[in-house]
Design a protein around this ligand. Structure first.
Ligand code: NAP
Length: 247
């Protein structure tokens, strides 16, 4: 495939793997996050594999950063064919301890930012007559997980928004879909469990008895971004080693 893909949170973890996999599919990948040095590492990895990438810094919590980002990517590359809303945060705190401000902040990063970016990308994709928006959710969207209320809320909201935007924009040639990973070996999981006994317990409960690798999510997302998955829209597809269905 040719065209331009924009990936948020491409400085590490799942977002970096998605950026690499999209570049392997032939997309020029615009990599967005706050940490320029880490984004340049992603760019170097892509270029070492003969792909094309650009680096864009900003905060997904800022509407103006996101609107400027979409304009910059379209102006630099001349199209916006794929948007992957991947940047996300979590916090393991009981609902009684987390502050309303922090709850709102997590919703803002995980749910409102994907809306702001999708809203900015839509007119460009509509004018092109094609586009794909992929929202990175989590199995926590459909599981009740203690000490994760803002995260579960944000990801459940993201899946609802995915269905609504898919219905609204199908007439414009824009597919909107989601991917819901189970546990994937990244900083997010290392910060949550970091080699503790809890990590062993969590792994023992996954039917495949392992965490997923970021590259496995990257390849799945890149496939969904191509015309090979051209009949898929509105759905959020689970990739979790059997965690949600086989317990
Ligand atoms: P990660 O390793 O913590 O990376 C998070 C990424 O998001 C980084 O690139 C970070 O970049 C970016 N980011 C965070 N806050 C940002 C902000 N305010 N502005 C711009 N960029 C921001 O996380 P991950 O594990 O790769 O997770 C990626 C996505 O997958 C998230 O949406 C997460 O909820 C979802 N997910 C992860 C797992 C898992 O097990 N790892 C499971 C299910 C779903 P900077 O710090 O450079 O800004």
């Amino acid at each position: 495939m040719s065209g331009t893909a924009l990936v948020t949170g491409a400085s590490r973890g799942i977002g970096r793997a998605i950026a690499q996999a999209l570049a392997e599919e032939g997309f020029t990948v615009a990599c967005f996050a706050r940490d320029r040095a880490k984004l340049e590492e992603t760019q170097a990895l892509i270029e070492a594999a003969r792909g094309k990438a650009s680096v864009h810094t900003g905060d997904v919590g800022s509407d103006s950063d996101l609107e400027a980002l979409v304009e910059e990517v379209n102006a630099t590359h001349g199209s916006l064919d794929v948007l992957v809303n991947n940047a996300g945060i979590t916090e393991g705190e009981p609902a009684s301890k987390i502050s309303p401000e922090r709850f709102r902040e997590i919703l803002n990063i995980n749910l409102v930012a994907p809306y702001v970016l999708s809203r900015a990308a839509h007119p460009i994709m509509k004018a092109q007559g094609s586009g794909v928006i992929i929202n990175i959710s989590s199995v926590y969207a459909s599981q009740g997980v203690a000490n994760n209320s803002p995260y579960c809320t944000s990801k459940a909201g993201l899946e609802g928004m995915t269905r609504a935007l898919a219905r609204e924009w199908v007439k414009d040639g824009v597919r909107v879909l989601g991917v819901a990973p189970g546990f994937v070996r990244t900083d997010m999981v290392a910060n949550a469990f970091g080699g503790t006994e809890v990590e062993k317990l969590v792994v023992s409960r996954i039917p495949m008895k392992r965490f997923g690798e970021a590259e496995e999510i990257g390849r799945f997302v890149a496939f969904l971004a191509t015309n090979k998955a051209g009949f898929v829209t509105g759905e959020t597809l689970v990739i979790d080693g059997g965690q949600r269905s086989l317990l």
